[in-house]
Design a protein around this ligand. Structure first.
Ligand code: NAD
Ligand code: ZN
Length: 342
């Protein structure tokens, strides 16, 4: 089969023929139809410091996908060939304290698809059945391809109640953009998006932001004034990983407000802890998705009118992976989807 492989410890990816993945009795073999490109894939392709520490080539990359079941292991009862599925990219151990308590998203032994095990940028991928999400009928296939980052957005956006609240979204990359739509769908009042890139600010408006701000040009206090806000944001989604952005957000939160932090910083960030104490702020780190409550909520929201399609801005055949990765690198794109069937 064809697969996009990190062949050696260095920059670049290679499209090449590899053997079909092997199956166990609890596994599902999936014919991949469409995949989404994540920042993680760019890090692995570019071979940055994180990738050098984390990735052991050869490795098939990629974890955002939709496909169709080809074959199930002898232990698998509730999936059959032809079913349309996506995969939860975090493969958990099933044996640690949290796994045994059903809190799989807290597993300390999580293995990442396309990071620590062969991934989905290939004609086929194999996953344990416990990692396979059977899509509900009528879910758009392109949207199904990005359920993994959509799950990041939902897990972040619903970490604190947003109904009737004023929300600040810091960073309108693909995940921030989806989180804006989720907060709108879940009944937020004002949604302010802070994002340096003009194309992404426009997309943020399309997804339902009340007001968009270029952090280089406009202070968040000023944005609050324009909206008639006086006490700060009730909920913040930190989706940039940027130190100044995090500090700016902390300085604009209402007393008792919550900040859900998804963005991954590349350095330590000094913050004023006394602000957290006196303002009684709540900080919540977000990693991955809840298995499988987040997936359930994603499906319900799509079925009840949430529209993510504007987030998908670029489409390529898998043979044009270099153009697809270049589009994802611009910083102006939404989600970039590759088709593995053409
Ligand atoms: P992205 O890099 O496309 O988006 C980040 C956005 O932040 C960009 O649009 C960028 O212009 C913007 N930004 C940069 N500086 C800013 C500033 N000072 N103020 C406001 N915005 C600023 O990434 P993405 O795919 O949308 O993911 C969002 C973040 O979440 C990234 O940091 C990513 O690494 C992280 N992530 C975390 C998880 C997890 O499980 N915790 C999973 C996926 C992604
Ligand atoms: Zn575990």
């Amino acid at each position: 089969m064809q697969a996009l492989v990190k062949s050696t410890a260095g920059p670049g990816l290679e499209l090449r023929d590899v053997p079909e993945p092997e199956m166990g009795i609890d596994d599902v073999r999936i014919r991949v139809h469409k995949t989404g490109i994540c920042g993680t894939d760019l890090h692995i392709a570019d071979w940055d410091g994180w990738a050098q520490k984390t990735i052991h080539p050869p490795l098939i990359v990629g974890h955002e996908f939709v496909g169709e079941v080809l074959e199930v292991g002898s232990n698998v009862r509730d999936l059959a060939p032809g079913d349309v599925v996506s995969g939860e990219g975090h493969v958990v151990c099933g044996r640690c304290r949290h796994c045994r308590a059903g809190r799989w998203h807290l597993c300390a032994n999580t293995v990442g698809l396309g990071v620590q095990r062969d991934g989905a940028f290939a004609e086929q991928v194999v996953l344990p059945v416990t990692n396979v999400w059977h899509h509900w009928p009528g879910i758009d296939e392109e949207v199904a391809a990005i359920f993994d980052p959509f799950g990041n957005a939902v897990h972040t956006a619903l970490a604190f109640p947003v109904l009737g609240e004023d929300v600040l979204v810091v960073g309108a990359g693909p995940i921030g953009l989806m989180a804006i739509a989720v907060a709108r769908h879940a009944g937020a009042r004002f949604i302010v998006a802070s994002e340096p890139n003009a194309t992404r600010r426009d997309l943020a408006k399309t997804m339902g932001a009340t007001l968009v701000v270029d952090p280089a040009r406009r202070d968040l206090k000023d944005a609050q004034r324009e909206l008639g806000m006086v006490e700060g944001f009730d909920v913040v989604f930190e989706m940039s990983g940027n130190p100044d952005a995090l500090r700016g957000a902390l300085a604009n939160m209402a007393h008792g407000a919550g900040i859900a932090i998804l963005g991954i910083p590349t350095q330590e960030i000094p913050i004023d802890v006394s602000r957290i104490v006196f303002d009684q702020l709540r900080l919540q780190g977000i990693y991955g998705r809840e298995m499988y409550e987040t997936w359930y909520k994603m499906s319900v929201m799509l079925k009840s009118g949430l529209d993510l399609t504007p987030v998908i801005t670029h489409r390529f055949g898998y043979r044009d992976f270099e153009a697809a990765f270049a589009a994802a690198r611009t910083g102006s794109s939404g989600k970039v989807v590759m088709d593995w069937t053409t």
